[in-house]
Structure formats: structure tokens, C-alpha cells
Design a binder for this molecule. Structure first.
Ligand SMILES: Nc1ncnc2c1ncn2[C@@H]1O[C@H](COP(=O)(O)OP(=O)(O)OP(=O)(O)O)[C@@H](O)[C@H]1O
Ligand SMILES: [Mg+2]
Length: 731
């Protein structure tokens, strides 16, 4: 090839500009421009090709255009005059090949290395547009690579660009994860592999960059409803895997204790009605979380009793009924007896209770307060307001002392403060009974009972008596300082029952978010702890919901939470990665907060339509490829990529792929399956599956487990040892 730059440029010429608008440039191709393969750049390359790049010289260097469509038009005149006419291409009188370009950005000249070799820099945006008649060129391989390999901080290699000389596509993790990433595509299009790859390659690159051989201080939390990721990372010893059914060696039991749940999550799970059930549930949560230490429930019960007395006395004072001694005297006597009874039950508070009794005694024993009736009963003269106030003051002080005044701040109900689940159940039941219409609370009580009695989830809910500390949980889920206990956490949600999966997911995501909020708050310079939360099958957890529905369902509560994380997570160092098959079912709020998209094959028209709306008009051309993308190829666009680009994602070796192989129907049908054990057929033992399903012990002798424990059984087991007065607690 000629060495003269001008001659080289001339050999790359393919046509001229025919039409210019800010969003579209049309090009008339020269007769001699390549029709299938271009050789003029030195390396064979398909041309013209949809989504390929071409250059138009401009003030700053070149305008880069991406081919949107190619057509042949019938022209009234030949493009060339004279003998060299453009016949023969196609059987039209004067066929003209035309291209439409989307202006993408500018390729400017960079540094000269002194040997006549000039580098190029690409940036998005077009400063000056060409004019009609300007020449259009094919980019050289070097220019092509400069277009794709533009941008700073190209740190993680994720794949190659087949449209640009297989240039390496590298991304900046700060951009990729910093402002939420959505990985969208049909089933089997390669989303999970891409997500697993992005995580793995980011970690590898960070480890290499550290240079010390130490694992990076990174935190990835994968919420995995299909249980497919444990395989992808199990060769990494540093992945922590949690599952409800932790039978395998490297899998730990998943813990999401009931005291982590905030009041909204409780309300959503129990489907508490907004009118009566929700206020009671919130009140009980607030109160039980307000009392620290053991015997929360009995302390609450005492407080409840004393508060009721206080209300009676206050009512008597405010209505002046206290003057009517004959009426109020017997009530006061009853209050005294109740206090004495409490004194015998609650040893810790017997002194205070006794002093209340003494105050009442001194009021009753005052001169002329009581008298003996002829029939031997005691009569009461009117009480003075002063004396009633004395009693009121004493009981008031006691009520404040119980549970340190039970500092019932509004948000206490939402804090992860430990309480006994069964004590809470009992307290809720009794509180419901003391309400005006106890039957209104039946459905609420039933749901809570069901929750507490769920034997299979007892370890997750913390109802099996095993305690989990909040800090311990955070260390396990989010990693310790320097993430030396592992960089990836996989929460396998595949065995979580359908009715709680949304709540469990929401609780884990919320706890992560709030922990990071608090991390930033307490950090001396208010720095964040970068963490990535991966949500697979996002369309089930971040599903559009009906705003007007009065009763918040678990699914909408979960979606609302993710909307909040999508809106606010960035400020606290929490990046979201969503993977979904149905972008049109995702919450629009969450989707609109995602700044980077990795789009795999999408064939459904509604989904395509939605994805089209996410990109500016002039970039939609590339998305026309979406229905025909093979697996492993995807379009990367948004903040992490200087321009939308077709990427062939790097190959993940088999053992690093999530476990989601396509089913091998034919091999099974024809008996050609050869797995590692050499089995050539898929035998079926439904009895084993059904036993496992029904939660029965899988052994020949003891085929059945005892019937599921009732709430009473569990309550007794749970609370009986450390509570001497268990009989006093009605269930
Ligand atoms: N980067 C890759 N490297 C190697 N194989 C890949 C890659 N991407 C996709 N594949 C192949 O495609 C198959 C399906 O990919 P994957 O499980 O990621 O699809 P998916 O989009 O997550 O599907 P679903 O929506 O059903 O979960 C994989 O089993 C694998 O064989
Ligand atoms: Mg998948």
C-alpha cells in the first residue's frame, strides 16, 4: 500500500455526503466502493455493513458515523458522467448505493510519536457537521480500535468488538457498577454468564492491579433466586454461600431473623389491614423493640397493666369522678390488689410496686377517708384531687421506669433490635384481645402464628433459638474489614418458600443498604464502602406495581425498596446489577436509574420497544440488532461505554459458568447422556423427591418426622427455661 498519507486517504474513500441533519447523514457510495469485503484498509473487512463505522473529515479530525441502513436507490441520472458509469451493479437504470449514518462522535488527532505515527482520540459528541459533498472514508484498523478503545480507565477486559477489528472492550468498574447496570435479554441469551464474568474479571483485574497477590477489598452480594451462581464461584474458595438448606459443605445456613424485619415488611408479609391491624402491629413491634434484655414480654405485660391503671385514675381526675368516693373507692381498692399481685409476679419491680401500694394505703388510711357501714362493708368518702394525683404520680413513675420509660421513638419499630419471636407473638395476641374488636385481628394473628410455626424456615427466621448478632450477620453478608473473608457473597434463594421470598430478599437488600448508609455516616471523612448488589431475575423482585393498591403486597414492598436503592444507593457506594428477561415488567423507576445497559438478544416486541426508549433517538440503529444477537454477544451502552458497542463477551470456562445449561432433551431421549459417573439414563425416584419435598427425614426406619410443632410447643420450648412464670402467659 502507498506510504503517502494522501494516497492512503484516497484509497480509503468510499463516497460523499448527500444529506446532513443533526441526527442523520446520508452518503452516496462511489461506484468503486467495496460491495462485500473491503481490502483497502489493509485487512479484509466486511463493507458496507450495518453498524460498521465510517469517517467524514471535519475541523477537529473526523466525524465518526455508524451505518444505520444501506440501500440501493434508482437514480434518474448516472452518478458519474462520461464512460465510467455505474451500470452493472443491479438491474436498475442508474442504481445508486446509499448509506445512512448516525453521527456518534469525533476522532481527533492525538500525539505524533516522531516516526510519523499519529494516534487518535475518540470522544462522544459532534462539534461540527460535514457539508454536502464532503468525502467519506473507511477507518483504518488503528482508527477503528481508537474508536472502540476510547475512554479513560479502561481497566477490566470484558470482551471484544467484532465490528471493530476485534478491538478489546474494556470498562471502568467505577462507571460500570457505580451507577447501576441492567443486563437484559431472553432466556438463554447469556445474561447470567455475563454477570458472573463481569464480577470475576473485575476481581481478577483488581487483584492484578494490587500486585501483592492479596484479594481485592471488594464486595459483591448476589441474590440468586435460581441457585445457579454457587457453581460459578465455588472454585473460588473465597465465595461465601448461604442457603436455607445448607447441606453442602461450603454452604452456610441463611439467616434473616424476624427481628431484622422492619414494620413495613411485617405489614406486607402479614397483609395487615391499614385501618386497625397495621397500627396494632406497629405498636407492638415498637414496644417489644423498646425494651432491652430478657423478659421483654413480661415487662411489657406489667407496663400494659400499670398503664391501664394510670388511664383509669387519670380519667377519674379529669372527669372529677374522684370526688364521688362511693364510686371510685372500690376501683382504687382493686388497683391496689392488682399492684400487690404484680408485686408477687415481677420480682424485679416489687419494690416500686410496693411503694405504689403504700401510697394508695396512705390515701385510703387518711383520717375520715373510709368508714365502716352498718352491714360491715367499707364506705368511701370523696377523694381529694391532691391525693389522687399523688397515686397517679407514683404509678406514672413506675410506668416510665419499666423499660427505661420505653423510649418509644417513632422509628424504633424499624430498627433491627433483637426480641424473642415467640414473646412477640404472645404479646401481639394479648394486645389484640384487649382491643375493642378482637375478631378484627384474627387474620393477622393467623399469619404471625404461621410464620412462627414454619419449621423449615426456623433457622432462617431465628425461631429455632439460635441467636445471630447483627454485627456477625453483617460480617458474613458484607464481608469483614478488607473483605479478607471473601469478596463474593451468594445468597441462594431457590429454597425459600414463595410466600416469603420477596420479604427475605427485601430484608437482605435493605439491611445491606442501611448498613452502607450508616458506614458512610460514621466514617470520619464520610467515605463510602463500595459494594455491588446483584439481583437476578429482577422482573420478579422489581416488578411494576399498582400505585393505587391500598394493601401493600410483599412484592410491591420489595420493589419499592429496590426503587429506593436505585435512587439513593450511589451516594452510599451501593451499585445495583439487575439481570432480567422481561424489561417491560420491571419497575420504570429502577430502569430509569440504570445508567449502563448490557443488552443481549431481545425478541419480544414490547421489551424491544422499552429498551429503544432508553436510548437517545440517534442511537437506536444499533438496537435493531437485538432480536438477532447470538448468545454471548451483547450491546453495551450507557455510562460505562463511550459509545454503544457490540461486544462478544469473553468466554467463560465451563466450571465458571452459572449452572444453567440448556436441557439436553435429545441426549436423554436417545440415551446418549454421559455424565461423569458414566450414567447413560435419567432414572427417577419420585418417592425420594416427595419425601424431601414434604420435609420428611430420608431414612427407611424413621420415614416421618413428628408433625410440625404447634406454636404452643415451640413457645414452650423457646421460652420455658428462662421464664419462671410461663404459665402466666396466655397463648
Ligand atoms: N460468556 C460466555 N461464555 C461461555 N458460554 C456462554 C457465555 N455466555 C453464554 N454462554 C452459553 O449460553 C448458555 C446460557 O447462558 P445463561 O445461562 O447466562 O443465559 P441467561 O440469559 O442467564 O438465561 P436465563 O434468563 O434463563 O437465566 C450458557 O449455558 C452457556 O453455554
Ligand atoms: Mg440466568
Amino acid at each position: 500500500m502507498s506510504t503517502s498519507p494522501l494516497a492512503l486517504l484516497d484509497s480509503l474513500r468510499i463516497g460523499s455526503v448527500d444529506f446532513v441533519s443533526p441526527s442523520e447523514i446520508k452518503v452516496l457510495l462511489d461506484v468503486e466502493a467495496p460491495a462485500a469485503i473491503s481490502l483497502n484498509t489493509g485487512t479484509p473487512r466486511p463493507f458496507p455493513r450495518v453498524n460498521g463505522y465510517v469517517l467524514v473529515p471535519s475541523d477537529e479530525g473526523f466525524l465518526v458515523g455508524q451505518v444505520e441502513w444501506i440501500t440501493v436507490e434508482r437514480s434518474p441520472y448516472p452518478k458519474r458522467k462520461g464512460t465510467q458509469q455505474d451500470f452493472g451493479l443491479i438491474d436498475l437504470p442508474f442504481p445508486l448505493r446509499k448509506l445512512s449514518l448516525t453521527p456518534l462522535g469525533t476522532l481527533s488527532f492525538g500525539n505524533d510519536d516522531g516516526k510519523g505515527h499519529v494516534s487518535f482520540n475518540f470522544r462522544r459528541g459532534v462539534g461540527s457537521f460535514p457539508s454536502v459533498g464532503d468525502v467519506v472514508f473507511l477507518p483504518t484498523p488503528e482508527q477503528l480500535r481508537s474508536i472502540v478503545e476510547s475512554g479513560e480507565n479502561r481497566r477490566v477486559w470484558i470482551g471484544n468488538s467484532p465490528l471493530a477489528e476485534n478491538a478489546e472492550v474494556k470498562v471502568d468498574p467505577n462507571r460500570l457498577f457505580g451507577r447501576h447496570l441492567a443486563v437484559l435479554g431472553n432466556t438463554g441469551s447469556g445474561k447470567s454468564c455475563s454477570v458472573a464474568g463481569l464480577i470475576r474479571w473485575s476481581l481478577d483485574a483488581a487483584k492484578a492491579e494490587r500486585g501483592t497477590g492479596a484479594d481485592p477489598n471488594a464486595r459483591f452480594l448476589i441474590l440468586d433466586p435460581n441457585g445457579e451462581y454457587s457453581r460459578a464461584f465455588s472454585s473460588d474458595k473465597k465465595a461465601r454461600i448461604f442457603s436455607v438448606d445448607a447441606e453442602e459443605e461450603n454452604v452456610a445456613p441463611l439467616k434473616v431473623p424476624l427481628w431484622f424485619w422492619n414494620s413495613d415488611e411485617w405489614c406486607a408479609f402479614t397483609q395487615a389491614s391499614p385501618g386497625v391491624q397495621r397500627p396494632l402491629l406497629r405498636k407492638c413491634l415498637r414496644e417489644i423493640k423498646s425494651i432491652e434484655g430478657a423478659n421483654q414480654e413480661s415487662q411489657l405485660r406489667l407496663r400494659q397493666g400499670c398503664s391501664a391503671m394510670l388511664t383509669t385514675i387519670e380519667a377519674a381526675i379529669s372527669t372529677g369522678r374522684g370526688y364521688e368516693g362511693w364510686k371510685f373507692g372500690p376501683t382504687l381498692q382493686l388497683i391496689k390488689e392488682d399492684l400487690e399481685e404484680f408485686g408477687s409476679q415481677f420480682g424485679d419491680f416489687s419494690d416500686r410496686l410496693h411503694s405504689c401500694v403504700q401510697t394508695i394505703d396512705s390515701v385510703l388510711g387518711a383520717d375520715g377517708q373510709t368508714y365502716q357501714r352498718n352491714n360491715g362493708t367499707t364506705g368511701y368518702n370523696n377523694f381529694s384531687i391532691k391525693s389522687l394525683n399523688e397515686i397517679r404520680g407514683e404509678i406514672d413513675e413506675l410506668v416510665s421506669e419499666l423499660g427505661n420509660g420505653i423510649q418509644i421513638s417513632q422509628n424504633k419499630e424499624d430498627l433491627p433490635i433483637q426480641f424473642g419471636s415467640f414473646e412477640f407473638g404472645a404479646y401481639l395476641e394479648r394486645s389484640a384481645r384487649t382491643e375493642g374488636n378482637p375478631q378484627f385481628f384474627d387474620s393477622l394473628i393467623m399469619r404471625v402464628r404461621g410464620l412462627l410455626a414454619e419449621a423449615r424456615m426456623s433457622s432462617t427466621y431465628g425461631t429455632d433459638g439460635e441467636e445471630t448478632g447483627l454485627d456477625e450477620w453483617l460480617t458474613e453478608i458484607l464481608g469483614n474489614s478488607d473483605a479478607s473473608n471473601g469478596t463474593v457473597t451468594i445468597v441462594d434463594l431457590s429454597l425459600v418458600p414463595a410466600e416469603v421470598i420477596h420479604i427475605i430478599t427485601a430484608v437482605i437488600a435493605r439491611m445491606t443498604f442501611e448498613a452502607l448508609q450508616r458506614y458512610r455516616k460514621l466514617h470520619p471523612q464520610h467515605k463510602t464502602l463500595p459494594t455491588v448488589l446483584v439481583m437476578e431475575e429482577a422482573h420478579t423482585f422489581i416488578k411494576r406495581y399498582n400505585e393505587v393498591s391500598e394493601n401493600e403486597s410483599a412484592s410491591s414492598a420489595c420493589c419499592r425498596l429496590f426503587e429506593r436503592i436505585a435512587r439513593e444507593g450511589r451516594k452510599f457506594g451501593l451499585g445495583l446489577v439487575l439481570s432480567s428477561q422481561r424489561p417491560s415488567e420491571l419497575s420504570p423507576t429502577v430502569l430509569s436509574q440504570c445508567n449502563t445497559f448490557l443488552l443481549h438478544r431481545i425478541s419480544n416486541d414490547r421489551d424491544q420497544e422499552l429498551v429503544q426508549k432508553l436510548v437517545p433517538d440517534n442511537l437506536r440503529g444499533l438496537l435493531r440488532d437485538l432480536p438477532s444477537l447470538p448468545s454471548q454477544k451483547a450491546i453495551l451502552m450507557g455510562w460505562a461505554s463511550e459509545l454503544p458497542i457490540l461486544v462478544k463477551i469473553r468466554n467463560l470456562p465451563d466450571e465458571q459458568r452459572p449452572q444453567s445449561d440448556d436441557p439436553d432433551f435429545w441426549e436423554v431421549w436417545t440415551g446418549k447422556v454421559d455424565d461423569e459417573e458414566g450414567e447413560s439414563e435419567r432414572t427417577v425416584d419420585w418417592s425420594e423427591i416427595s419425601r424431601e419435598w414434604q420435609g420428611r427425614v430420608n431414612s427407611e426406619n424413621s420415614t416421618e418426622q413428628a408433625a410440625e410443632p404447634t406454636i404452643e410447643d415451640i413457645a414452650e420450648k423457646d421460652t420455658g427455661e428462662d421464664r419462671p412464670d410461663e404459665d402466666a402467659i396466655p397463648f
